[in-house]
Design a protein around this ligand. Structure first.
Ligand code: CO8
Length: 259
């Protein structure tokens, strides 16, 4: 399908790359963009050839938040009754394959929340993260007050949600919001390298690892460890486990068949 506000391409036949493309508005997230993003993600998730996805924006902005102009006249009744704003925001959480956010420039408000919905964030050295909704008389509405404290702890999350200040890439890495920082001109190469490495592993193990890490945020420790153990046990039923361990024992590279 043709998209207007995102660009979609495939790298090496196995990495799905989605680029947010509303440059004049710093990739402000409106309903059409979120609909297109949801459709593209579901399509890549259903595509057998794809092993991993990358979500990125422009050098200046990953996304500067939900579209303030579009939201400005909404009433409580509009947003509570309708699916304005909320539709398609959680689609990314239903995607089973890994999604890496490659963030350069501003990731603010809904943009920061969108990055946090991805499985991990690789940031360029010019990245800036923030939840500035307080300045607009609202609070984060797509998980910012929930995922940010889990990522960076209460102190920094509260600081950011209450003061609206931005965190630069170095602070975001120290705080645990991003997994790596790279120079801006290396951002896509580094992220693609990570995505290709993931594609080469057993997809069964990759899906299980993603599910199990996510479970850490949604259950208590005992439940989470039991969930992990059951998935760990289940992977011994796969051919890829036999292949991976045989390859190690025989000092050769594993060739996973995703079975
Ligand atoms: N929405 C709409 N337009 C935007 C947005 C936005 N979030 N951000 C930037 N723009 C537009 C500007 O209006 C401007 O347009 P124009 O050229 O027509 O005037 C253009 O992008 C360029 O922006 P600036 O001139 O402001 O560029 P600067 O480099 O001077 O500043 C900033 C960049 C700091 C990023 C600044 O644009 C800014 O502060 N933007 C707003 C950031 C913000 O408040 N984000 C939070 C929005 S609220 C939100 O995200 C709630 C999410 C709830 C999700 C709920 C789902 C269930």
């Amino acid at each position: 399908m043709a998209y207007e506000l995102i660009e979609v391409r495939t790298e090496a036949g196995k990495v799905g790359v989605i680029t947010l493309n509303r440059p004049k508005q710093l990739n402000a997230l409106n309903n059409q963009l979120m609909d297109e993003l949801g459709q593209a993600m579901k399509a890549f998730d259903a595509d057998e050839a794809i092993g991993c996805m990358i979500l990125t924006g422009s050098e200046k902005a990953f996304a500067a938040g939900a579209d303030i102009g579009a939201m400005a006249s909404y009433t409580f009744a509009d947003v509570y009754k309708g699916d304005y704003i909320t539709r398609n925001w959680e689609t990314i959480r239903t995607v089973r394959k890994p999604v890496i956010a490659a963030v350069s420039g501003f990731a603010l408000g809904g943009g920061c929340e969108l990055a946090m919905m991805c499985d991990f964030i690789i940031a360029a050295d010019n990245a800036k993260f923030g939840q500035p909704e307080i300045k607009l008389g609202i609070i984060p509405g797509a998980g910012g007050t929930q995922r940010l404290p889990r990522a960076v702890g209460k102190a920094k999350a509260m600081d950011m949600a209450l003061t609206g200040r931005m965190m630069d890439a170095a602070e975001a890495e120290r705080a645990g919001l991003v997994s790596r920082i790279v120079p801006l001109d290396k951002l896509m190469a580094e992220t693609l390298g990570a995505a290709l490495a993931i594609c080469d592993y057993s997809q069964l193990a990759v899906l299980a690892a993603k599910e199990s890490v996510n479970r850490a945020f949604e259950s208590g420790l005992a439940d989470g460890v039991m969930f992990e153990r059951r998935l760990f046990h289940a992977l011994f039923a796969t051919q890829d486990q036999k292949e991976g361990m045989d390859a190690f024992v025989n000092k050769r590279k594993a060739q996973f068949k995703h079975q």
